[in-house]
Ligand binder design. Structure first.
Ligand code: GLN
Length: 377
């Protein structure tokens, strides 16, 4: 190991729990909400998921970095996690696509991390006490001093972050093969794989910044509307929620993923709330209540929609129902709306059917979006 790998680092949680470890990635200090993800693979996709903006992510899998970092698997243009916590980083990257080590990539992008700590104890702590603010430092190694800085940081509840991750300019992802439909995708922190999964099905995707107006959306003459995943508290999504209400009023088919599920819930008049420690990983079981099928899903959410599980909700746009639930804790994992004409109008899921790095059980939802638009064209 290099000399730098032996530099000390400190992780402190806002309730005072501290973990002394070794510097990993960039040196310096960083702050965010401490959360854990249970994915055994896909660390490159995790790191570049904009929904992790302002979060310090710990991997429950102990050995991370084995396959290095390649030029193909990024889910956006940069690493978004605020900090990274790994038990036992790989000393050697081994994969035919690897261009550099994970440690090098973290350093190149200035991402401060810590390794060599008991990530199982950290995960158990977050599971018992809930996700909470944290800091990692290679400079302040006194827990009380770092804790004082952690306590100055903003909470995730109430955080309005979409503007910090959205595209500055609109762009188009062309349909692969012959074009069947045009969709506007509102970018609240969209991942690369999402427009791609639509393009593969003949959809031309117009990705618009989170601030796009109703006029800008309608100017595209979309057959359908999509709203993406994204960081922050769904209670702050006033503009996307107002926009979606206007689009549902016009009976334009809608599909939402993750943040897009929460925006949909709010547009339907439902509330959202913060989960104790959230769902993050690529091994989360979900029940599709219409078919009785269980999907193993990719997830990354700390908030959820509050909806009655066993009765429909009357809304100005039709009747809404809970379509999917988590088999771990019954949290709402999907919503569907039947329009005033009795036909399906909109649906959304709290998890990630685009699922890079898998699993692909939920890819059928993109086909369902195509069918939804066919049913209304
Ligand atoms: N991946 C997402 O879109 C997450 C949505 C929201 N920020 C949450 O944590 O619940």
């Amino acid at each position: 190991m290099s000399q730098a790998a032996h530099n000390p680092a400190l992780l402190v949680l806002e309730d005072g729990r501290a973990f002394a470890g070794t510097s990993y990635g960039a040196t310096g200090e960083t702050f965010g909400e401490a959360v854990f993800t249970t994915g055994m693979t896909g660390y490159q996709e995790t790191l570049t998921d904009p929904s992790y903006h302002r979060q310090i992510v710990t991997q429950t899998a102990p050995h991370i970095g084995n396959t290095g970092v390649n030029d193909e698997d990024d889910e956006s243009s940069r690493i978004w996690v605020a900090g990274y916590v790994v038990r036992d980083p790989a000393r050697v990257s081994s994969n035919w696509r690897a261009k550099r080590s994970l440690d090098e990539q973290l350093k190149a992008q200035g991402v401060v991390g810590i390794s060599g700590i008991d990530t199982r104890a950290l995960t158990r702590h977050l599971r018992e006490r809930g996700a909470m603010r944290a800091g990692i430092s290679t400079e302040i190694l006194d827990p009380a001093a770092l804790l004082a800085k952690v306590l100055e940081q903003p909470q995730m509840a109430g955080a309005d972050l979409a503007a910090e991750v959205t595209a500055a300019e609109a762009y188009v992802v062309p349909a692969e093969g012959s074009k069947k439909f045009t969709v506007v995708a509102l970018d609240l922190g969209i991942k690369t794989m999402t427009p791609k999964r639509m393009a593969e099905r003949g959809i031309e995707v117009h990705v618009l910044p989170a601030t796009a107006s109703l006029e800008e959306v309608l100017a595209v003459k979309p057959d359908g509307i999509f709203m993406s995943n994204g960081p922050g508290d769904p209670e702050t999504t006033e503009h996307p929620t107002t926009l979606l209400k206007a689009l549902l009023e016009r009976e334009i088919p809608y599909f939402g993923i993750c943040f897009g599920n929460q925006v949909f819930g709010r547009a339907l008049g439902l509330g959202t709330f913060k989960l104790k420690y959230g769902h993050r990983g690529i091994n989360q079981p979900v029940l599709d209540r219409a078919t009785g099928k269980v999907e193993i899903t990719a997830q990354n959410h700390g908030f959820a929609v509050d909806a009655p599980l066993n009765e429909g909700v009357e809304t100005p746009y039709g009747v809404a129902e809970v379509s999917h639930v988590s088999l771990n804790d019954n949290v709402v994992e999907g919503l569907k709306l039947t329009g005033r004409d009795g036909k399906p109008l909109a649906f959304s899921v709290q998890y990630h059917p685009e699922a890079a790095a898998g699993p692909h059980d939920s890819a059928y939802l993109f086909d369902r979006f195509v069918s939804l638009m066919e049913g209304r064209s």
